[in-house]
Design a protein around this ligand. Structure first.
Ligand code: ARG
Length: 254
């Protein structure tokens, strides 16, 4: 009986160890390299330009790491794998336009926000531009996003169609398979500026949110260092340059 109790305590101890195994700032510094995971399919924030991972979040992540004295190893994975991978210590940080929500904050720790935005309605029919005008309509969203969560809350919506990638949700609208697409305001702004989206119009916000990087729950040394570096790139003009390049405006939270 004693042996069993001891074993149980030992296993519990192991579980606790596993939960705090995230690389601390010191360990990352010793390595010289921080691992940041993103999706790579969410222009203009993270996407592939040919074989090169690019976008606002990629350049911002590089600039933040530089301030921390670190090189970056970028990883690109499907959106739904990103936060889970933090828990499994597969990477140190996630930068993939995650909005800060209560639910997510139970599973991971968020840094200070690096931009403020929200979900907007995009449609071909100019009559579909307010939340009320989504009544009886079919709406495309990316699976697992705050767009999905918030559109599902609108009781009048006829159907919410989920797509693994946001660009597929956009295609569904372009192909006429849905009446509207709800996505980020700046994703919509960028999409509408390109010539293969003729006929799409941007409507109202469905909700607003703050976007931040995520680290493993409780990795305070890392999030504090990230926040300090973020404040530095926001103060020295680096942030503004990157934001202007992709969005033609400064998208920081005010
Ligand atoms: N901002 C939204 C959310 O928090 C969407 C993020 C989508 N990101 C991406 N890389 N596809 O859920």
């Amino acid at each position: 009986m004693k042996a069993i109790k001891f074993l149980a305590a030992a296993i519990a101890g192991l579980a606790v160890c596993a939960a705090v195994q995230a690389r601390t700032l010191d360990e990352i510094k010793k390595d010289g390299k921080i691992i940041i995971a993103t999706e790579g399919a969410y222009p203009p924030f993270n996407y592939f330009q040919g074989s090169k991972l690019s976008g606002f979040e990629v350049e911002l992540g590089d600039a933040i790491a530089k301030k921390m004295g670190l090189a970056v190893e970028w990883k690109a994975l499907s959106f739904d794998a990103l936060l889970a991978g933090l828990r499994q210590d597969r990477w140190d940080v996630v930068m993939a336009s995650f909005g800060i929500t209560e639910d997510r904050a139970k599973a991971v720790s968020f840094t200070s926000p690096y931009y403020c935005s929200g979900g907007v309605i995009v449609a071909k029919d100019p009559a579909i531009h307010t939340v009320e005008s989504l009544n009886g309509k079919t709406v495309a969203v990316q699976t697992g996003t705050t767009y999905m969560e918030n559109v599902k809350k609108l009781s009048g919506v006829k159907e919410v169609k989920n797509f693994p990638q946001d660009t597929d949700a956009r295609s569904a609208l372009l192909n006429g398979r849905v009446d509207a697409w709800v996505s980020d305001r700046f994703v919509a702004k960028t999409a509408l500026a390109s010539n293969n989206t003729a006929g799409l119009k941007m409507g109202d916000f469905v909700f607003v949110e703050k976007i931040a990087a995520a680290v493993k729950k409780g990795n305070g040394s890392l999030s504090a260092a990230y926040d300090k570096a973020l404040a530095e790139v926001m103060a020295d003009g680096t942030y503004q340059t990157i934001s202007d390049k992709y969005m033609k405006e400064d998208i920081r939270c005010h």
